[in-house]
Design a protein around this ligand. Structure first.
Ligand code: ADP
Ligand code: MG
Length: 626
């Protein structure tokens, strides 16, 4: 058995070896569901469970910051004392002693500072890691409608939210943690120092603080708006790239390079203006803080003159100035944290809005597991439409496929064939009526169990970058791929020959989206994948429509082997494929009609057009047929 190596996925402990429970990864925010009702998040509530799960590094980080601030508060009076010791006559012994104590305090301060930052970053990054894992898992649980455009969120946008925006959230979380305790501690310690030295001067200096708070608050709101705009602009840039780069062949074939680069330019320009606004505002805020800072110093200088009338103790003055300078930096930090918060809020909202929907499978406690499936499929009076107001794609449709039977479905494009398949895989639920497997409504079957027994080979074969074996044994990637079964499946699918001619045979990487293979080869790998899965019910959705005649023959032979001993629903455009079936149906305008097989056997040239024409004519049942 071959198991795919996965890297350790535990959150990281950089400093201490805290026991981290991976169960923290399965944190279930209660708030996303609440937000589903309110539409969007207005607070940082979704962060709460993640922060709580990281309480150990957070607490240690805060303790380190307390030690660091404590040593700082010891350093300041010493600095004052030190300056008075510099006056002649010099007491060298005393000076050396003070130097040593000061040095030791500095070392404690530096180590405390380092540990504080490292631990708080650890907590912030672990939080974001867990959020990403949670959000991605929720995204995968979303129903197909979300991915097929119903939500209005492009795949690139989802990718951007989970990557770049989640990184912004890490900055926000760090700033938050750093402000709540370390900055507040330093601020209070310095304020106490100043109050002890000179209460009057301290109060004078404090006069400017409300002004500073007001300005920062006002600018923070502005910053949140511009950040939101900038994030939206980058997100559309990223979704555009995600859409266009995989379609580069199409772009080139249509000579659309210059047109696409213009589209890119306009999106990049939108991003430029939005980001520029944000950066300029961000550059302005520290200048404002500096200006206020000078205001404080000015207050202090005039205050000194007024209060002391020149008789101010020199060492006290040095301590006061030092405290004042050290008081400004936590205020600046708090301002920065506030800005980060305002920038991070939209990112958090957008990230968690991805999760604020009901999962695909509504929990049905009575849902059963399918163990042994005979393979009888029944569509009973099924009607379906996409969205709430779309046209009816399927209308009161009835279809009964007996166990082990091969049924073909043909009809014009857009007739609803793939939709019928999606209902059987329960990617959507019917508007009315029901789909049954072995007489059991599929809504009563556990989703995972249902999809294990229904195999799908579709027109656009999906191969992932990874080895050939991983692609064929995709279902067992996590649990261990059985190489013997992979080889057998490849042989039955007539894929063994070209796989074995690859440099690393089954261990060759297939490249992004299987780019090293031709269409026919990809198709045979997809068939091998279905053979590996060995489902009781098999759906072939136009599995041969994009092939040339040589590979079609090979693929058709492979399909014939694949169809043995199971119930098959084959959707095809080609007469040869359709004729592999025992019964043939035409799906047109959401209605199903059976086409007598005998009518198709009389020397047709194999085009779908003629097939549909015959079916239509038969349905019309004319007296004279030309
Ligand atoms: P077929 O496979 O027969 O070509 P489909 O089942 O794919 O047809 O589509 C049937 C109809 O449903 C078409 O009119 C198509 O436009 C519409 N349709 C398919 N998928 C979606 C979707 N995700 N959202 C809205 N309409 C859809
Ligand atoms: Mg289709």
């Amino acid at each position: 058995k071959l198991t795919v190596p996965y890297q350790s996925t535990k959150p990281i402990n950089i400093i201490f070896n805290f026991p981290i429970s991976t169960s923290a990864l399965s944190i279930k925010s209660s708030s996303p569901r609440a937000a589903a009702n309110s539409g969007k998040f207005t607070s940082l509530a979704p962060l709460k469970p993640y922060l709580l799960s990281e309480w150990q590094p957070i607490l240690c980080g805060w303790i380190c910051s307390a030690i660091s601030v404590y040593s700082l508060s010891k350093i300041i009076p010493k600095v004052g004392k030190f300056s008075s010791l510099m006056n002649p006559p010099l007491d060298v012994l005393r000076l050396r002693e003070e130097c040593l104590v000061l040095g030791a305090l500095f070392v404690v301060r530096l180590i405390g500072n380092y540990l504080q930052q490292a631990l708080l970053w650890e907590a912030a990054l672990n939080c974001v890691y867990k959020m990403r894992v949670y959000v991605f898992r929720k995204v995968l649980q979303r129903d197909l409608g979300f991915f097929e455009g119903g939500s209005g969120i492009a795949a690139g946008d989802v990718a951007y939210r989970i990557t770049a925006e989640a990184s912004d959230v890490a900055d926000t979380v760090y700033s938050l943690l750093n402000t709540i305790v370390p900055s507040s501690l330093q601020l209070s310690a310095m304020a106490i120092q100043m109050l002890v030295i000179s209460p009057v001067l301290s109060l004078l200096s404090a006069l400017v603080i409300p002004l500073m708070g007001f300005m920062i608050g006002y600018l923070g709101e502005k910053l949140r708006d511009v950040s939101n705009k900038a994030q939206l602009a980058v997100a559309s840039l990223s979704s555009y790239l995600n859409e266009i780069l995989p379609s580069i062949l199409f772009v080139k074939a249509n000579n659309a390079e210059s047109c696409e680069s213009k589209r890119f330019q306009s999106l990049a320009f939108a991003d430029l203006s939005a980001t520029m606004g944000k950066k300029k505002l961000k550059a302005f805020i520290p200048q404002l803080v500096q200006a206020i800072y000078f205001g404080v110093l000015f207050t202090f200088c005039t205050g000194t003159l007024v209060v002391s009338k020149g008789s101010f103790d020199c060492s006290a003055m040095v301590s006061f100035v030092t405290s004042l300078v050290l008081l400004i930096s936590p205020i600046q930090d708090a301002g920065k944290a506030y800005n980060e918060l305002k920038q991070g809020e939209p990112a958090i909202q957008r990230l968690f809005n991805l999760t604020s929907f009901e999962p695909e499978e509504t929990v049905n406690p009575n849902a059963v597991d399918l163990h042994c499936v005979a393979g009888e499929v029944k569509y009973y009076n099924v009607s379906f439409r996409y969205g709430d107001n779309g046209p009816l794609v399927l209308k009161n449709l009835d279809l009964h496929i007996k166990s082990g039977e091969i049924v073909a479905l043909c009809g014009p494009s857009g007739g609803g064939k793939t939709t019928l398949v999606k209902l059987l895989l329960r990617l959507y639920d019917p508007l009315q009526g029901s789909v049954l497997i072995d007489g059991l409504d599929i809504r009563g079957i556990r989703l995972e169990s249902l999809r294990r027994h229904v195999g799908l080979v579709s027109q656009d074969t999906t191969l992932f970058s990874g080895t050939v074996a991983e692609n064929i044994g995709y279902r067992d990637r996590m649990t261990g791929i059985d190489m013997e079964r992979v080889k057998l499946a490849a042989r039955t699918a007539s894929a063994d020959e070209f796989i074995e001619s690859l440099p690393l045979s089954y261990e060759t990487n297939v490249g992004p989206r299987g780019s090293i293979f031709s269409g026919g080869q990809k198709q045979r790998i997809a068939i091998a994948r279905a053979l590996y899965q060995n489902p009781s019910i098999l759906i072939l959705d136009e599995a041969t429509s994009a092939l040339d005649s040589k590979s079609e023959l090979l693929v058709r032979q492979a399909l014939q082997r694949l169809m043995q001993n199971r119930t098959v629903l084959v959707i095809a455009h080609r007469l040869e494929t359709v004729l592999m079936a025992e019964r043939i149906f035409l799906l047109e305008d959401g209605c199903l009609r059976e086409v007598p097989r005998s009518a198709l056997l009389d020397g047709q040239n194999g085009s779908l057009g003629s097939l549909i024409a015959i079916a239509r004519a038969l349905y019309q049942n004319p007296s004279i047929l030309i």
